[in-house]
Design a protein. Structure first.
Length: 289
């Protein structure tokens, strides 16, 4: 039987440090077999400083962007480690698999995902990265709808949400025959408990396939789940998320169910801002913005 720790580390084997203009940056490594379809120019932060999102971003977010200077295409920022070092996810590298963001109430889960979306918008054109949201409270994401990278924001029980899952499922199936398209899609699922209750068996099965196989088609499910509601989500659906970003969980029993019992810092994290992710048997602690 696969343990919680093995699930957490199944694809997130290592985070590698590399130097770019003497700046160390954590990111998930590429598959050796992965070869980009074409070379694309890196994103220079100096070219996005007039963007409305950059100007309205927190000082820590702007500081992190400026600290790095340039980002690879398809990059999004998950958070910030010590000394302004960003934790990166590259949406053209399927190795990490889908992302689960969990923690107690007020752990900062939605805030973390908002920062992820904003970094995607800043660092990528709408033709390169888009995002769609299925949310229990669509109003929480409505301010982001004005950005051209936004495809749609809908409630779990709406026809639009069901159609979105159908459309993305068809794209995932097509990509297995013809390869992924040039566009990456972030599919925000907030929250998984409500979505599981609203979806039929058919749509739950299709969502499961997207969670398990979507990143290979550049379709990236990002699920949000309050830790004490995990019992409302089928264990196969939870197990399909290969990378987990875990915020504060006060209950040691719940913490162990998500993180295992090997020195996890989950119970000691600062609620509202700190998250952790396993790296080579250790834990990297980072902050949202």
């Amino acid at each position: 039987m696969t343990t919680a720790q093995e699930i957490l580390t199944s694809s997130l084997q290592t985070f590698t440090s590399y130097t770019r203009d003497r700046i160390s940056q954590l990111r998930i490594p590429r598959n050796r077999s992965y070869k980009p379809a074409r070379r694309e120019r890196p994103v220079d932060v100096s070219q996005i400083q007039d963007h409305q999102l950059y100007k309205s971003a927190s000082a820590s977010f702007r500081e992190t962007l400026d600290h790095v200077g340039t980002f690879a295409p398809y990059s999004v920022i998950l958070g910030r480690c010590d000394d302004s070092i960003p934790l990166l996810l590259e949406l053209n590298n399927p190795a990490p698999g889908s992302i689960l963001v969990t923690g107690d109430e007020n752990a900062g889960k939605v805030r973390l995902v908002h920062s992820l979306i904003k970094s995607a918008v800043l660092l990528n054109s709408p033709g390169r990265v888009q995002f769609s949201v299925i949310a229990r409270e669509p109003a929480w994401y409505q301010p982001l709808a004005r950005y051209p990278n936004c495809q749609q924001i809908s409630a779990p029980d709406s026809p639009e949400a069901l159609q979105l899952v159908e459309t993305l499922s068809a794209e995932e199936e097509l990509s297995r025959r013809k390869g992924p398209s040039g566009r990456a899609m972030l599919l925000i699922l907030d929250d998984l408990s409500t979505i599981s209750e609203a979806f039929s068996y058919k749509h739950t099965a299709r969502l499961f396939r997207l969670i398990k196989h979507g990143p290979r088609a550049r379709i990236w499910p990002v699920g949000i789940l309050q830790s004490n509601r995990s019992g409302n989500v089928h264990e196969k659906v939870l197990g399909a998320f290969r990378t987990r970003l875990i915020g504060k969980i006060a209950s040691s029993i719940l913490a162990a169910s998500f993180a295992g019992e090997d020195g996890s810092p989950v119970c000691e994290l600062e609620s509202g801002s700190q998250f952790c992710v396993p790296v080579n048997g250790d834990w990297v602690v980072f902050r949202n913005f």
